[in-house]
Design a protein around this ligand. Structure first.
Ligand SMILES: [Zn+2]
Length: 181
């Protein structure tokens, strides 16, 4: 087993990305693929069904996490696929996905900061001041009276998510030098 992989920050992030886009199975397959593995080897190691492995590999491939080479068996005409992690492309896609998440959260943050929110006592929903005024400060769900609801909690949660993403997006933390840097 390649122990060195354990402390490779780039690989760790690629695995996290595989988990994010493809769940536990995606992570497991990405870990198994490593520097190169055939479908057969992946099947043996993961004990997943071949069809599942193929579906996961296709998804990982779509996100640029894995690449493959194929070789034709001259006797039976079948192709053998060898899969491997494509670290550069995986990291580029990973970082651009994180950048998009970051932008989305910043927009959410701006929305939270610029609006006053109202909610009923049962917390059916949280609506902005304008909408609350339109419904006469009555909850559209339960008709209960709506009151000002502090969004400190939401703001704090957003701040935490944003700063976690910023940690990842710092080149010193993601261990990845983009070509144009
Ligand atoms: Zn309500």
């Amino acid at each position: 087993m390649a122990r060195r992989d354990k402390s490779d920050p780039t690989l760790e992030q690629i695995h996290a990305y595989a988990l994010e886009v493809c769940g536990d199975r995606g992570l497991r397959v990405a870990q198994t693929v490593g520097d190169g593995a055939t479908d057969e080897k992946i099947e043996k190691k993961t004990k997943f069904k071949v069809a599942e492995i193929r579906a996961v590999l296709n998804q990982l491939h779509e996100h640029g996490i894995v690449e493959y080479t194929r070789e034709k068996n001259l006797e039976n005409g079948w192709f053998t696929y060898t899969w491997r992690i494509n670290p550069d492309r995986a990291m580029r896609n990973f970082l651009s996905a994180k950048k998009q998440q970051h932008q989305k959260l910043m927009r959410q943050m701006a929305g939270e900061e610029s609006k006053l929110f109202y909610s009923c006592r049962r917390k059916c929903m949280r609506i902005a001041f304008d909408d609350a005024m339109e419904s006469d400060f009555r909850c559209p769900e339960c008709q209960g009276k709506m009151r000002f609801a502090s969004n400190d909690g939401e703001l704090k949660a957003l701040e935490q998510k944003i700063s976690a993403l910023e940690q990842i997006l710092l080149p010193t933390h993601n261990g990845f030098q983009s070509p144009e840097a």
